[in-house]
Write a protein that binds this ligand. Sequence first.
Ligand code: SAM
Length: 567
Amino acid sequence: MELALAEKTACDSLASNFIDSEAYEAFVKKSVEDLKSRGKSLEGARALDLSCGSGRLALGLAEAGCSKVVASDAAGPETAAFQTLLRGGIVSVSLQIEGEIFEKREVTWKKPSRDRVSFVEIRVAEEETAGVIEKLRTASGGDGYDVVTLFCGMEKSRDPKALVEVARSLVRQGGTLFIGYTGAWNDRIAPASKWVGGVGAGGPTVGAALESRLSPMGRCEESGWDLEVVVRDTARKTSVAVVRVETFVKAEGAYTNGVKTGGEEDVTMSGAGEAGTETLQWKEEGEKVAMYERTAMVQVYLDMHFSPETLLGVENFPKACARECGDLARELLLDSSGGPRGGLRVLELGGGVGRFAFEAARWASEVWGSDYSEAFVKAARGVKETGVAEWGVVKAGGLREEKRACLKEDLGIGEAERERVKDFIRVDATKLDLPPSLLEETKTEAGAFDLIFGGNLIDRLPDPLSFLQKVGGMLKKDGLLVLSSPYTWLSDMTPREKWIGGREVDGKAIRTESALRDLLLKEGGDARGPRCFVEARPPKNIAFVIRESERTFQRTQSQRTVWQKTQ
Ligand SMILES: C[S@@+](CC[C@H](N)C(=O)[O-])C[C@H]1O[C@@H](n2cnc3c(N)ncnc32)[C@H](O)[C@@H]1O
């Protein structure tokens, strides 16, 4: 079964809003506290939720005591599901587990408070702002709303400035506007001229631009908070947005309706993409360049590998994997004297920009880093040569913030470790035709390594089976193959017929974890596999975080498996 992208996105967000709904519950709780601190309440309030999507926040506001909640958005699969829920119906959601394996779940919302919620379809664009404001004001049954929420809506809107103007106009005097944003603008959704802040070097931040556009509403400085919104993409992979929520209050008597102030960004609009402020977009669709050769990808992986910061509280992935491999090597590759057998020789395949190799050099005597991407290999070599990694992180509006890490000072990787990393080379893991430089150094064509690591690799290979069939030949007897993968199969990377798991065959779901056993274990059931391994340790999860921009991340659980060659 393959869901259309729009349908899958709607399912993911419905599931995250209604099944893993912590963010929405936290939003309502925080807004209640915020209002209380200013002597206000949701009790009996009239609320408007702009950009309501599947309506979870609107339903939460009604549940928290609002007497009337108007939820509005453009028509789409999410708002269609919301209307079904409002009618008391059942929405069936397909959650992606792995590849083409899905789990069906049902979502309902039977609470009586839903009778206080209504949906109004709108299409926000500059030329239609007045009509939209009128429609929503009429829906309020009065002169506007006590509380207006605009949560994660600006970045999805074709006209964020118009949306903010709608929000501003509909807050009653004395009312409160909560705006939640990431500033991860996307020029395929809205042109830069419509973004609210975060445009051009030296331009206002999103917070400052909002303050200026919403004037004379005041921003409550002390009440801003960060909220983690998690959308489940597969059973192992999530998209995480750290949303900044700001509160604006329209003081009694301080507002002249219809007077538009601001215009702050117009001054700096031309700054986007100026020299020295390279614009980075995380997803460069339609580009001819292979994904892992793209400049933006190199930057993202340099950040993931070499940033000394701990992102979302998760330990650096290549570092954690190298420590894990070191522990496994000590436990499983000891000689009779208790020491490692004559110095360990390690190969990493699909290693990206190389952090694992430097970390593994803490316990191995010789490490070879490799990847198929020329750009990644070049970046890794650059770090080895200079001892320094330099990259940029996408800020609001696609601007980049320069980052830098020294192997020695920032990451504790000394000259000796750097020396033990022999080289970074280009190797196709599905062919394993090692270059002459490596064959010469290792003095052998096969059976050269004590440990081979492939992190987040097998689900990115065009032919994973070919890799599994060949990789054992590169290991010494008793050598370890350590794999780690979230099994995020994508037909763009691996043709569907080559997925080793994440498939339904004859109505039976084949998970990658068991497919690996069938192929690799000596007594495995799949004759196509090398079947020359034992599983030396039970599987274990190792998390990783990829920072897409300042406030948006992917957080994934990669499953590490350990295979020891028996012959
Ligand atoms: C998801 S990234 C993982 C990078 C790194 N191991 C990590 O976890 O940060 C997948 C890597 O596989 C590499 N790759 C894709 N096809 C490959 C192939 N045929 N042979 C070797 N590496 C390949 C990509 O270039 C990319 O670096």
